[in-house]
Write a protein that binds this ligand. Sequence first.
Ligand SMILES: *Cc1c(COP(=O)(O)O)cnc(C)c1O
Length: 355
Amino acid sequence: MIAQDTRIEIEKASNSRLAQSDIDNCAFGRVFSDHMMVMNYKDGKWSNASIKPFQNLSLSPAAMVFHYGQAIFEGMKAYRLENGEVGLFRAMDNIKRMNISAKRMSMPEIPEDLFLEGLKALINLDRNWIPSNADSSLYIRPVMFATDEFVGVRASQGYKFVIFTSPANAYYNSPVKVKIETFYSRSCNGGTGFAKAAGNYAASLYPANLAREDGYDQLIWTDAETHTHVEEAGTMNVMFVIDGKLLTPPSSGTILDSITRKSVVTLAKQMGFPVEERVITITEIMEAIHSGKLEEAFGAGTAATIAPICLIGYQGKNYDLKDSKTWKFAPALLKELNMIRTGKKEDVNNWVTRL
Ligand SMILES: *Cc1c(COP(=O)(O)O)cnc(C)c1O
């Protein structure tokens, strides 16, 4: 049991900003809904859980998060269902993963029940912030960070946990150009690659910018030791269709265990597509490109769901992939996933929590 000493207090915003916010047209991640959940960890327990109007936080410049980077986050979505209900997609998986990240970063775990209760209460309160267009959603961002005012190096003893939300419109995923990275690494054996830690993102920005200068949108990360097999695509997991089989690297200590990838793998199996979760070498990808057997390649993650890849760069050469309009697996899997998330298809895997 993780100690908690709290019930969730609710302070409603006196004026909703919804009417002034153009949620059906807003860009991703810039508009925030009326409320947020906040709680603090102090003296070995979580307390002061509350839902209150979305607002700035006040922190000391000595707050340890700014110096030693103990910060983790999650990303998940709530969807409008057909009957006016709201569905949280696989929220328990995100909650469990946040606690896996917390442990790796020497941060306190969050009681699952308290997390879920706060999440549900928050989404319920701001349910009208889900845009009305098909396949749009409310993006949910839980974040936890170190708050001790101390410049010595150790794990902080105080933390703040916040959940806020942002309307996310469905957008057309224009196919991306990716470069296979063989110098920089996102993560390494024994490192923090499996944790959704803020520092992993900070370290990935410079190599990603170098690739951008060369005309690519994203990197395909490879293993840090040999740079011979593929790990992730930018901030998404990566999947390939080679010779009629869906291939994806298994989750490991160096790969973030994507809930979208897990969902796609489950659906692919249920739809009868051949699936293999195994190590994928760059040699194998290159051979498949040359023999015409690389049929599809895409990233999988909550923000974009499925991001088709149109070009792969490797060792200074670019290889065009087949036009994603001709693909079979990715569009079918995306459609299936969207139908389940929005309640248009029976949720046989029990992924949706209805509010
Ligand atoms: C969040 C994240 C993903 C995608 O995970 P989902 O659960 O599908 O959103 C993939 N890779 C990295 C590095 C991530 O941080």
